[in-house]
Design a protein around this ligand. Structure first.
Ligand code: ACO
Length: 424
């Protein structure tokens, strides 16, 4: 085993080096404090590995993303979302029998308990659907046994995957004041979501194949992304032995932020702002370069990808096709393309290696599909649930698991004496 040497205040310390299957190298500093009383400091964990994981591999320099070894481009071309869920959670692609069984379970667990429908009456009609999704997912733990038995956990995984889409669709129906549409057992996962969002009791609704296919693509592309902010949140919460529903509800909240999954909503709001301002994207490009403005190009930049985000490349192509198939002419697509071109030629973005990320083109596709802006991050969350589940499960089975508990460097007041006030 190779080692790394650290010289700290003249004392040499030897630390083990861990190498992954793709030759990524990590210095194992878990014994550092015991050996030296020193810790490592890494705000935002940009250089810190928190676990060993066998789920997803990313090489940000080369723009590589693989789930369980399978390149994202190949999965995006040929896999159904349910297959990808199975792959991430079980570690291998399902046989036909395994897939049929998995689909059957996902279908037959897709209704929510009738009592849970009453919760929707309590939410304001203007409630953000991410708030509804996270609270309803947490509330699933009030309906189902949350024991540590493998059988309960396996069934709760199915319940979560199956019911989250029903909750998401009901949250949308609530926001527009329409009656809920129940899931149908003869529809696939993606077709069911579209049916529950767009069907109304007064009309026959056939799920358009083009919508079904593009929704499948979006969910596959979002299914996992190793130790990002929301997945790390799920793992951190899960490390305290919190149940699956509670851990995933925390992940949904983390995803909601505008620097993470919430960016897809912000991208569209930004493009609309540029459009309403006469399409003058260069003004906003300049503003994004001014650190004092507090403005960033939403959908640009990534902690890991420093060349291109392969998901954004796939979605850029898909956006053209979907808009043409749906006969949608969206001026925001034109602005997005011009903005991307200008940014990629601009020294500020080139030097900082800022490229469009997955959220840059996804919003344009959601819009063309008729999905309202508030629901964009919800669709992202539905796609990411299998990834969160896979990480939560992997963590539970990890023999090296310890409760997540970072340290800090204290920079507050040194000890001082408390002088009591002269109170009566
Ligand atoms: N627009 C303008 N400048 C940017 C942007 C941007 N979108 N992103 C980063 N920068 C600049 C920073 O100001 C900083 O400049 P400096 O070195 O002069 O101070 C430099 O690039 C590095 O940025 P950091 O914030 O240190 O990068 P970090 O890795 O911490 O952040 C993040 C990554 C959060 C994605 C960031 O690029 C960002 O805010 N992007 C916009 C929001 C977004 O699209 N988020 C979705 C990410 S994908 C996902 O989560 C699904």
């Amino acid at each position: 085993m190779s080692t790394a040497k650290l010289i700290l205040e003249g004392r040499e310390l030897e630390l083990p080096v861990v190498v992954g299957t793709e030759n990524e190298t990590g210095i194992d500093i878990s014994s550092l404090r015991a050996k030296s009383m020193a810790i490592t400091l890494d705000p935002g964990y940009g250089n810190t590995g928190a676990c060993r994981s066998a789920i997803t591999f990313i090489d940000g320099e080369k723009g590589i993303l693989r789930y369980r070894g399978y390149p994202i481009e190949e999965l995006a071309r040929g896999a159904r979302f349910t297959e990808v869920c199975y792959l991430l959670i079980h570690g291998h692609l399902p046989s036909q029998d395994e897939l049929d069984g998995f689909r059957h379970l996902l279908t037959y667990h897709s209704m929510i308990h009738e009592d849970m429908k009453k919760f929707f009456e309590g939410y304001s009609h203007s409630a953000h659907p991410m708030a509804i999704l996270s609270s309803m997912v947490s509330a699933l733990s009030t309906y189902y046994p949350i024991t540590a038995s493998d059988a309960d956990i396996d069934l709760n995984i199915i319940r979560l995957l199956a019911k989250a889409k029903t909750i998401a669709a009901f949250a949308y129906k609530k926001s527009i004041g329409q009656p809920f549409s129940y899931p149908k057992n003869d529809l696939s996962y993606t077709a069911n979501l579209l049916h529950m969002m767009f069907s109304v009791p007064t009309e026959q609704y056939e799920v358009p194949a083009v919508l079904d296919d593009v929704l499948n693509l979006l969910l596959v592309l979002h299914a996992d992304h190793e130790q990002n902010c929301s997945t790390s949140t799920v793992r951190l919460v899960g490390s305290s032995d919190a149940n699956l529903f509670a851990s995933v509800a925390a992940g949904i909240c983390a995803l909601w932020g505008r620097l993470h999954g919430g960016a897809n909503q912000n991208v569209i709001e930004m493009l609309k702002m540029m459009h309403d301002d006469g399409g003058d994207f260069r003004k906003y490009l300049d503003k994004a370069k001014d650190s004092g403005s507090g403005f960033r190009l939403m959908g640009f930049g990534h902690r890991v990808y420093k060349n291109f985000d392969p998901r954004a490349t796939i979605l850029k192509e898909a956006a053209d096709k979907v808009l043409s198939d749906l006969h949608v002419d969206d001026p925001l697509l034109e602005i997005a393309k011009n903005l991307e071109e200008a940014a990629l030629e601009d020294d500020y973005f080139v030097e900082r290696k800022l490229y469009p990320n997955v959220d840059f083109y996804s919003g344009i596709i959601y819009r063309a599909m008729g999905i309202p802006t508030d629901m964009f991050t919800v669709i992202f969350a539905l796609g990411r649930i299998p990834g969160w589940v896979a990480h939560w499960k992997e963590l539970r089975q990890d023999p090296d698991r310890r409760i997540g508990r970072p340290r800090q460097i204290y920079v507050g007041e040194p000890q001082r004496a408390f002088v009591p006030m002269n109170r009566r």
